[in-house]
Ligand binder design. Structure first.
Ligand code: ATR
Length: 281
């Protein structure tokens, strides 16, 4: 059967992306003769690339660093998820119409739910105030959780908290990014989500939280997936905490993209196996 649809991820650089392996495993599992590729697109080349790809056989794209914010201005329609996050990570081509979505936040929430953690009513401490933090904070609030933010650059957390307050009428507390304040915040927290890049390969000895602030009743999630078990998750396990690694979010944000493009439930087990195999390789 000939290939009917092409999908892909745009980024710069893009060589390290796990998305092709993950999505091609999903297509195979679904019995679809589609393919998913990685495209190295520079910021200057973004507009032209999107113009050339928005007709069949292209079905849709994921956008990653540095295109998530820039892609917004080339969308005909923005889904609420992309409006709130202020960034697009999933693009659907539909006839001549281009719609931008953001599945990072819902991917994080789904990963927590899959780990047995319903987020409604939970008190969640989000570390970071970058693009990932934005999407995750909004998704947590939309899902009925209350959010506290802590970020190295406090001003950025304050701005995000203010914006969330204006858009959702929810109060978001900001705590200082230092040991005593974090310990205090954790005593009033059910789950911590690290959205910072701290602990990512090659800086595997670093953690965004001092181990001394962890309490065993708190669930600790890291969205960093390389390494799969970050220093933060090691410390959390040693403290007796339940942990959720970053592969869950990677898989579920991809699964939500597939649902947007194809309208089907994604084969998340096959996607996860493909990612773990690639990371282990
Ligand atoms: P992303 O889109 O993945 O969220 P980002 O927008 O660059 O990436 O955000 C990176 C986050 O990691 C920020 O919250 C950043 O803190 P600052 O706002 O102070 O820059 C955080 N971060 C990066 N390196 C850090 C470090 N060494 N210690 C603490 N936080 C760090």
């Amino acid at each position: 059967m000939k290939t009917q649809k092409i999908f892909g991820v745009i980024g710069h650089p893009i060589g390290h992306s796990l998305s092709p392996v993950m999505h091609n495993a999903a297509f195979k599992e679904l019995g679809l003769d589609y393919r998913y590729e990685a495209y190295d697109v520079t910021p200057e080349g973004l507009e032209k690339f999107l113009m050339l790809r928005h007709t069949p056989p292209f079905g849709g794209l994921n956008a990653t660093v540095p295109h998530k914010v820039a892609a917004i201005k080339y969308m005909d329609v923005l889904d609420e998820s992309a409006k709130l996050a202020g960034a697009v990570n999933t693009i659907k081509f539909d006839g001549r119409k281009t719609t931008g979505y953001n599945t990072d936040g819902i991917g994080c929430v789904r990963a927590l739910e899959e780990a047995g953690e319903k987020i409604s009513g939970k008190r969640i401490l989000v570390l970071g105030a970058g693009g990932a933090a934005r999407a995750i904070a909004y998704a947590c609030i939309t899902g009925g959780a209350s959010v506290t933010l802590s970020n190295r650059t406090r001003e950025k957390a304050m701005r995000l908290a203010q914006e969330i307050r204006e858009k959702t009428k929810n109060t978001v507390v900001v705590v200082n990014y230092e040991e005593k304040s974090l310990k205090d915040a954790i005593s009033r927290t059910d789950a911590v989500i690290n959205t910072t890049t701290v602990g990512m390969m090659p800086h595997v000895a670093d953690s965004p939280l001092p181990a001394s602030v962890l309490e065993s009743r708190v669930v600790v999630m890291d969205i960093v997936y390389n390494p799969q078990e970050t220093r933060l998750l090691q410390d959390a396990k040693a403290a007796g905490c339940k942990t959720v690694d970053g592969i869950g979010m990677l898989v579920h944000q991809g699964a939500e993209s597939l649902k947007i493009w194809l309208g089907v439930d994604a084969p998340t087990a096959a996607m996860k196996a493909a990612v773990e195999k690639e990371l282990g390789a």
